[in-house]
Write a protein that binds this ligand. Structure first.
Ligand code: ADE
Ligand code: ZN
Length: 324
């Protein structure tokens, strides 16, 4: 089954590129940029990746990315990830990135955009791996900051495949960002949002009703609201589920208790993704393998899940045919 799952062409729809920063590269970049890290070694960093919830992870995630300063750093970050993903049989990666988390450190948007764009072109050419860009707004910042970012990103609107909403979910409902998402819609930029990871099912409803999203990131708490489940099914809404992330952030206690089988049983369009692979114990293939071990799914189930991801990706019809 490992061979089959490796060879299966997989699209990843939910990845935070800053969450792909492995401790080895973090240490190399810390040295290059003379940044002091709170860990003495790679092992010590990995040992610290023991989270009690989303916020305890976010604290380390924002600290980790403090080593990213230059165009070359963002290029190395993304290229490192693309190589690993390619080795796992990933053919397409849609990556969230968090400009606000860089701007507060004095790293401006053009630096981030240039580094990521170079890596994307290189990956396409050298690995045949395509990618999409999702510019995320930090929901624990105010809506005005998100609006400023969208304005500032004007030179890059054409490069954005979507905008997204991430960071601390509890207490930061989608309704806070209605105007920003309406503006993105008027600009013709597709929208996605994290909802129902730690937050309630009501946030998933808000993301659909108020932000007009075309995918829900996570969404696992929809099961608390049977009417919502029926709606997600009827609308063919895609959920970008991240099982290893949910275990590491204690959304569920054990992978065997993950609601993925119920989501599939309910007829929902689920996909499997890594979220922040450097922090949560593995990439896309590891997420597929963990589900295989926990749920003993057959090949047809994985073909269905991988097919859903390719159908739901922000890629042209021509590229979609080539991926299959
Ligand atoms: N930013 C990076 N990873 C995240 C996650 N799992 N949820 C919300 N925001 C994030
Ligand atoms: Zn995420």
């Amino acid at each position: 089954m490992r061979d089959f799952l490796t060879r299966l062409p997989k699209a990843e729809l939910h990845l935070h590129i800053e969450g792909s920063l492995e401790p080895e590269l973090m240490f190399a970049l810390a040295e290059r940029n003379r940044v002091r890290l709170p860990f003495a070694s790679v092992e010590e960093a990995r040992d610290a990746y023991d989270f009690s919830d989303l916020q305890s992870f976010l604290d380390l995630y924002y600290q980790g990315m403090s080593v990213l300063h230059t165009v070359e750093d963002f290029y190395d970050l993304a290229m490192d990830y693309f190589r690993r993903a390619h080795a796992e049989g990933v053919v397409h990666v849609e990556m969230h990135f968090d400009p606000q988390a860089h701007q507060v450190r004095g790293i401006e948007l053009p630096v981030v955009m240039e580094g990521l764009a170079l890596a994307r072109r290189h990956a396409e050419r050298e690995l045949g791996l395509s990618s999409a860009l999702i510019m995320a707004f930090l929901r624990d910042q105010d809506a005005a900051a998100a609006m400023s970012l969208l304005d500032e990103a004007a030179p890059y609107w054409e490069m954005l495949d979507a905008v997204g909403l991430d960071s601390a979910e509890r207490g930061n409902p989608p309704s806070k960002f209605v105007e920003v998402f309406e503006r993105a819609a008027r600009l013709g930029i597709p929208r996605v949002a994290h909802a129902g990871e730690e937050g309630p099912a009501a946030y998933i409803r808000e993301a659909l009703d108020l932000l007009d999203v075309c995918r829900i990131d996570h969404g696992v708490r929809c099961l608390e609201d049977p009417d919502l489940v029926a709606r997600l099914r009827d609308e063919g809404m895609v959920l970008t589920v991240c099982p290893l992330s949910n275990v590491r952030l204690k959304v569920v206690e054990r992978i065997e208790e993950h609601p993925l089988p119920q989501l599939l049983e309910a007829g929902l369009r689920v996909t499997l993704n890594s979220d922040d692979p450097a922090y949560f114990g593995g990439g896309v293939l590891d997420n597929y393998l963990a589900c295989q071990r926990a749920f003993d799914w057959d090949e047809a189930t994985f073909i269905q899940i991988a097919g859903t991801a390719i159908e739901a990706a922000f890629v042209s019809q021509r590229r979609r045919l080539a991926l299959r």
